[in-house]
Design a protein around this ligand. Structure first.
Ligand SMILES: [Zn+2]
Length: 467
């Protein structure tokens, strides 16, 4: 038995370094590795695009941590709550409608006292302040810069509309959550148990809601008959998968990025292709992407969902325990886990716990991606199309071609494109399938690709709407 943690680390760390990177689906990439597939200028352009965004996301994390720390250390959370109480008191006195008073009385009874309105206002105010804090960065990185690099064609008004809509829906759901969760915590010290167990059950069935969630933002329509639809349905039949329909998701107005995914389960399952994806890829490449998604479907052994469902209750207990411990210190502007003023502490704890679990979750995700790739290669036996799909996807989406190891560990949910390309090549070699010699010029997209892509997507869209 090893008792001391230090001794334990002394054994584990060398063992970890001896572990082959491939077991964690990590790859060290050199310029030489990329040269057969990507032009040097492409690699440089992507680095120039990506690194400021990485820096920004690190800065955003730092700002978030500083924001939470400021609220807690200077008890600004408490100051904000006092204001909310004064405001809701004043409003409450002015409400004369008997109906509104009736509803208020019911909420007061459920909550335990009349502070429910202030609690909701506190959470909404917190959310608005936080969103405004990040608005300049978000506007610059998600709109200005995306336009500069040609990845977005979304008008500013539409971007602002999405942003406001997001804030509005968030405020509504945060209010409901606040009332429900803190209301529960005020009733029972075992709220983590009362909440954790039913939520775990819900998590296992949440997949059913998937097809409706994206519909909130964009419209689907059925994919019209043609080569692409044929290639997709042939793949589905080959895999023996039930489905309702193959759909197109209209993305061309806002983005030239491409994607394909599967939503729903069983007979209500829908295969969804971005219209931009259809415009950019050949039918064989699209078939490979769909086959990859089917690989995920077959793999969805529920292990990951079941594991997160099983971990939820202990996690909630841990958060409750930490909040009570912090509250007992009496210097962070909140009393315990029943106190809405603990919100910044909750956010900080969730952030830190998320950062701690990311390496494990990401390693698992990369492993599952590799398995889905293997499935697609096996099912269709078209490694040439698989390889060009991966390279084109990387080119269109400006994927990071050679992120450092720490970034792969902490951030990357997918294997690197070079690894996926090599997978296709290894598969071809094992089946004796001849691949064309790699040559970056052959994979490179023309410089006017973004405009061409948008125009093409528009043409497909007008075809789809004419019956
Ligand atoms: Zn995948």
């Amino acid at each position: 038995m090893i008792r001391r943690p230090i001794a334990w680390l002394a054994v584990v760390l060398p063992a970890l370094t001896a572990w082959p990177l491939s077991a964690l689906a990590l790859t060290r990439v050199t310029d030489e590795d990329l040269r057969p597939y990507f032009l040097d200028e492409t690699v440089q352009r992507f680095d120039a695009y990506l690194w400021p965004a990485y820096a920004m996301s690190l800065v955003e994390n730092a700002i978030s941590l500083a924001f939470w720390a400021l609220l807690l250390v200077f008890t600004l959370n408490d100051a904000l709550m006092r204001r909310c109480l004064r405001l809701t008191d004043a409003i409450g006195r002015r409400v004369t409608s008997p109906r509104a008073r009736q509803i208020g009385a019911v909420l007061t009874r459920v909550w335990g006292d009349s502070t429910w309105a202030a609690a909701i206002l506190f959470v909404v105010a917190y959310l608005v302040i936080e969103r405004l804090l990040f608005f300049p960065g978000s506007l610059y990185f998600n709109w200005v810069r995306e336009h500069q690099y040609g990845y977005s064609v979304q008008p500013l008004s539409s971007f602002m509309w999405d942003w406001s809509k997001g804030l509005f829906f968030n405020a509504i759901s945060m209010s409901a959550l606040t009332f429900g969760l803190f209301g529960l915590a005020r009733r029972s010290r075992r709220w983590w148990l009362l909440l954790g167990v039913p939520c775990s059950v819900l998590m296992l069935g949440a997949g059913f809601l998937d097809p409706y969630r994206t519909q909130l933002y964009r419209d689907y329509e059925p994919l019209p008959a043609g080569e692409v639809r044929e290639a997709v349905t042939r793949t589905l039949d080959k895999a023996g998968v039930e489905y309702e329909d193959v759909m197109v998701l209209k993305m061309r107005e806002i983005s030239t990025r491409v994607n394909a995914f599967i939503a729903g389960q069983g007979p209500s399952r829908r295969i969804v292709l971005y219209d931009t994806f259809i415009a950019a890829m050949t039918p064989d490449e699209i078939a490979n992407a769909v086959a990859h998604e089917l690989g995920h479907l077959r793999d969805r052994s529920m292990v990951r969902t079941a594991l997160s469902a099983a971990l939820l209750t202990p996690l909630l207990w841990l958060v409750a325990w930490l909040l009570r411990a912090m509250g007992r210190r009496g210097r962070f502007g909140f009393d315990d886990d029943r106190d809405v003023r603990s919100l910044p502490a909750i956010m900080a704890l969730l952030f830190l716990l998320g950062a701690l679990q990311a390496p494990v979750a990401n390693a698992h995700s990369r492993m599952m991606e590799n398995r889905a790739d293997d499935y697609a290669l096996d099912l269709l036996e078209k490694p040439e199309a698989f390889r060009s799909l991966m390279i084109k996807l990387a080119l269109i989406n400006a994927a990071d071609l050679h992120p450092p190891l720490w970034m792969q560990i902490q951030w990357k949910t997918h294997p690197l494109v070079i690894e996926r390309v090599r997978r296709a090549e290894a598969f071809a070699a094992s089946r004796g399938i001849e691949l064309l010699p790699p040559e970056p010029r052959r994979f490179a997209l023309p410089s006017d690709f973004q405009t061409a892509l948008t125009a093409k997507a528009k043409a497909i869209q007008s075809n789809a709407t004419t019956p």
